[in-house]
Design a protein around this ligand. Structure first.
Ligand code: RP5
Length: 165
């Protein structure tokens, strides 16, 4: 159950996805965006998926970030059962380095969209930033925090590289 202070749900197919998906959680925390993280497997816990996805809007969530690897059906199946925006993060798989995850998530049929991010950590961070940008459309204070986050990022980039040993 979400509340007004937890507009983002981060779901993932397995505990093994958390090392990547925690970067989404950390980015949301840096932006002051509340979230709820839980394991929801499309294949191993389908009833949990149905319950979560069908109830997500009523529970008060506004955006869902879904990470999964391999036969990564979680984001698409979630999107099929909720009108909320779903952002998919392909988790790097051992066998195919996440190409399987990426193609599973990105190749949705017309009519059920999943906003697909990059494989791995970059995708998790950017899913959080995208979720924040969506929420910021109706939250001026969050919009200011997001601008500040980007300004800090820009300031942190050196103009010249440092010599490496
Ligand atoms: C997917 O299978 C999960 O999202 C995970 O990325 C992958 C492997 O899961 P484990 O076997 O590590 O639990 O459902």
């Amino acid at each position: 159950m979400a509340d007004q202070g937890r507009p983002v749900a981060i779901i993932m197919g397995s505990q093994s996805d958390w090392s990547i998906m925690q970067h989404a959680a950390e980015t949301l925390e840096a932006l002051g965006v509340g979230h709820d993280a839980r394991i929801v497997s499309a294949h191993r816990t389908p009833e949990r998926l149905y319950s979560f996805a069908r109830g997500a809007r009523g529970d008060g969530f506004k955006v869902i970030i879904a990470g999964a690897g391999g036969a990564a059906h979680l984001p698409g199946m979630t999107a099929s059962m909720t009108p909320l925006p779903v952002l998919g993060v392909p988790v790097e798989s051992k066998a195919l380095s996440g190409m399987d995850s990426l193609l599973s998530i990105v190749q949705m049929p017309a009519g059920i969209p999943v906003g697909t991010l990059a494989i791995g950590r970059a995708g998790a961070v950017n899913a959080a930033l995208m979720a924040a940008a969506i929420l910021a459309l109706n939250d001026p204070e969050l919009a200011i925090r997001l601008d500040a986050w980007r300004d800090r990022q820009t300031t942190a980039i050196a103009e010249a590289p440092i010599a490496e040993a």
